[in-house]
Design a protein around this ligand. Structure first.
Ligand SMILES: *Cc1c(COP(=O)(O)O)cnc(C)c1O
Length: 367
């Protein structure tokens, strides 16, 4: 019998969340963001559920190649653009759209000759200070791009630093509007947080929106009540089983470093999941976890292949809480649901990181 851990990808949830994004987007077209192997869910696995998107946005040429191999003939956008001049021939062959955020990328495009082969978005730095042209150089960059024979339509893109904070993108939004004002070309500014915040507001949303995390059912704010309020459903579950049980006497400790000490006699379960599966090593005692459908807590340190959990609340709810009992680390199983955001918050991280960290050794089912 294989080790009893597996992840489950819920295609119904992906479809539902895409429909939520589409509704919020009103008249804007939707890039489904599937970078990082669809946030750890598997690009090939999610494709069928997301194929009603208007386009797919990602980073790697290899992922773009995979999408074309799956039969996707629609738009694909490279969010970081090209990484070298030799990417451009492949972009032409795969008919990719790309972001242009740096003068070097314009120079590479200037060496290409196939007329209007490249659809691009010029990227404006509105204060994130990662990628993008500074506002004072933006128009010149945009105009240079628009004059290149190999370049077709040139749109406008930015990425907000604080879209997940109330009012956090107002200044950046104003800077974007002022800088691209009166230039032709499609506009795209909104990630999940901005899309949800400005849902239905055509003027704010522009021509294309770029939802990522919301498609996978986690809140871009990191706050679980937001995911619930926006009616997002978890697209990934991480499930395992109890493989050992210990009866602790008062004063006994659990796990490496003996960081948890029992105040009274208690029953502890050992679940087959650890940081080598992608469970966050920094999750402290008290992190929520579900055993036999009952919400309980982690005890002691997370180790490579195991965690220890408190079985007393599970017993108190009348469940077996024994070897073989099902354990839900996040997601949904049976009627039980444990938001990935709750686990991420306890571990001092965000749902994005937990999804992306799902380890290759975990078998994945699609349901
Ligand atoms: C990752 C990414 C997105 C999606 O962000 P979410 O917060 O996951 O919605 C949108 N735009 C760009 C440029 C990105 O890199």
């Amino acid at each position: 019998m294989p080790r009893p851990i597996h992840a489950c990808i819920h295609l119904d949830a992906l479809g539902h969340n895409l429909a939520r994004a589409r509704r919020a987007a009103a008249g804007a077209k939707v890039w489904a963001v599937v970078k990082a192997n669809a946030y750890g869910h598997g690009l090939t696995r999610v494709f069928s559920a997301l194929r009603s998107a208007d386009g797919f946005a990602l980073l790697d040429l290899a992922e773009a190649e995979t999408l074309r191999g799956l039969g996707w003939g629609g738009p694909i956008l490279l969010l970081e653009g090209t990484f070298g001049a030799d990417d451009l021939a492949r972009c032409e062959r795969l008919n990719l759209w790309h972001t242009v955020h740096d003068a070097a990328q314009i120079n590479w495009l200037a060496t290409r000759s196939k007329p209007r082969a490249h659809r691009v978005f010029a990227k404006l730095n509105t204060g994130m200070n990662r990628l993008g042209f500074a506002p004072e150089h933006y128009r010149a960059a945009w105009q240079r791009l628009a004059q290149l024979p190999a370049v077709g339509d040139v749109g406008h893109m930015t990425h907000f630093a604080s879209a997940d904070l109330a009012g956090g993108d107002a200044d950046a939004r104003e800077l974007f509007a002022r800088t691209v004002d009166a230039l032709p070309g499609e506009r795209t500014t909104c990630n999940s947080a901005a899309l949800l915040r400005h849902a239905g507001n055509d003027a704010m949303l522009g021509d294309w929106v770029r939802p990522g995390i919301m498609l996978y059912g986690s809140s871009p704010t990191g706050a679980q009540p937001d995911a619930r309020a926006w009616d997002l459903r978890p697209a990934m579950s991480l499930c395992t089983r109890i493989i050992g049980v210990q009866q602790l006497a008062a004063g006994a400790s659990v796990g490496y470093g003996a960081t948890f000490r029992a105040e009274r006699a208690m029953r502890v379960g050992v679940a087959a999941v650890g940081y080598a599966d992608g469970y966050p090593r920094h999750a402290p005692s008290g992190t929520p976890i579900i055993v036999d459908g009952v919400r309980t807590r982690l005890l002691g340190r997370v180790s490579m292949d195991m965690v220890t959990v408190d079985l007393d609340p599970v017993r108190a709810a009348g469940r077996a809480a024994d070897v073989g009992s099902p354990v839900l680390c996040w997601g949904r199983h049976g009627g039980a649901e444990l938001p990935i955001d709750d686990v991420a918050e306890a571990a001092g991280t965000v749902g994005y990181e937990l999804m992306c960290a799902l380890a290759p050794r975990v078998p994945v089912r699609v349901a």
